[in-house]
Design a protein around this ligand. Sequence first.
Ligand SMILES: C[S@@+](CC[C@H](N)C(=O)[O-])C[C@H]1O[C@@H](n2cnc3c(N)ncnc32)[C@H](O)[C@@H]1O
Length: 264
Amino acid sequence: MIDVKPVTIGPATLYNADALAILPTLSGLDALLCDPPYSSGGQFRSDRVLDTRKKYIQSGSAGQSLPDFSGDNRDQRAFEYWAALWSAAALRACKLGAVGMFFTDWRQLPASTDYMQSGGWIWRGIVPWCKPDARPQLGRFTAQCEYVIWGSAGPMAVDAAAETIPGFYECTAPRDRVHVTQKPVALMRELLRVVRPGALVLDPFMGSGTTGVAAMQTGRRFVGIELDPVHFERACERINDAHRQGALFDHADTAREQKRLTLE
Ligand SMILES: C[S@@+](CC[C@H](N)C(=O)[O-])C[C@H]1O[C@@H](n2cnc3c(N)ncnc32)[C@H](O)[C@@H]1O
């Protein structure tokens, strides 16, 4: 029996704990939007076990003073095995038809489509996130995309009233970040369009809480888990600020929801 008291901030419930300990206690989720440690960042095993600031931040940049984060140094087999465990536990906490979204990079793309299917998710596609300001490489293709693999917990109902959603996003990574691999809030808001307002969204590796901020801004409910106390504290602060500001981006959502309700 685990004994971790969550922090509650409006419609957000936040756990400072290991995702594998909390996931079996959750239920009723409408979506999983997660950005797990990639265990990537190099060609060789020696690159992979480096501090996350060395792996993911350009040398000399201000980001190198940010705190390191946990769980990013598994070898390939351990990464896939661990990720299959938590993705299966997350699936069990989801409602039938819930949407799963999993961030990854080019190196871990094949491992990630494997682990999410091993966890029981139906793989439905890949949404590239293109960063126009990525560092160009002489005579080589610039590695300027990360990817959101998406799928569902069993069959997905067709919603005739739903809007269409793009399958590709272009935006820069946040400049004033507080986490080494912080994602843009605007990107997370866009991804949350796949579930209705009021939906319950889980991010079991929330880092600085970006998914939670997007959930607060768009009127979704949120469950977040983060292992490192320093990142957890920052997530609580950011989600609290977003909650106090209220839902900012709900006009289209409200219209869509009204349309859906009228048709039912
Ligand atoms: C890629 S980062 C997420 C960054 C986040 N999307 C943001 O915008 O700030 C992954 C996070 O997962 C956390 N983590 C690693 N292992 C974990 C575990 N077993 N349970 C919960 N959190 C974990 C790390 O500390 C790290 O902050």
